[in-house]
Ligand binder design. Sequence first.
Ligand code: ZN
Length: 316
Amino acid sequence: MKAALFNVDVDSLWVYAQEFGVNSKTLPDLAYQEALPRLLEIIKGKNIKVTFFVTGKDLKELPAARNFCRQAAAQGHEIANHSFSHCGRFEALSVKELENEVIRTHNVITEACDTVPVGFRSPDYNINNKIFQVLIRHGYRYDTSVFPGWSTVLMRLYYLNFKFKNKKFGNFNYLLSSSMPRRLKRSKDWQKSFWELPITAAPLLRVPFHPSVIYQFGWRYLNFCLNVLKIFTPNYCIFLMHAVDLADFTNLKNKKPFPDMIFTKWQLKDKIKLINRYIDFCIESNMSFLTNINYIEMLHPSGPNAGISLQTAPVR
Ligand SMILES: [Zn+2]
């Protein structure tokens, strides 16, 4: 059995506005009121489970965010932690600040969704040992911030267009880092192990193929990446998208915060087609759609789903 892990980073528009240093107060909530309900509509009846990485700030301030997450959790999707404020240079925060970011979000998810989050993705994929230790201390079961291959280079280059020289998107070790799930903390008790689930890049060339990159390089590039994936048939694959990948920007009057961000330029119908392309690929490849935590439960030898054989191997 091969696993497809659909991951959505729910970065609301204020996250982008924050990067550009502009006021986000007048921006609509395209993520929770438009894009995410649209995703649930697309996957309806397809037995697809998704992992949503949400910020504590959204859950605290937006009733629509709480409603959506509660509803999604009740439907068997996973709600995971994406920090409280999605601040830049997350990895440079002090341990106390990191704890604050993780715990505030943890508490608001627990309270709003009646589910305890156990997974984390760092803002901009910046992770280090200090953050791992904070997560382990607070009972987290996995992190999924490492993006192996060329993504760190490509994203840095893209952001140079906006004169952001300091934005990092992980570090250059990612060029060589493993694409396989790794157990960073071992324990006989499956509930106490801690894993890193790397985001999947296309095998061999190790290039990313999530929508942000497809907007730039187009359908041929996507087809190439998926063909390579098909040939090397990974047993484990994270398909990453962001909430803006199903948001319609054509009617947004104030585009000032993101004048040239490429996700504002694609038509909604093409964005929907793109998400369906990933889903169809997984179905054609006989992949099973799992939440990240369900997948981890299969990896551990004494986990509740360990009897289902799924090797940890393989995306190169
Ligand atoms: Zn994010």
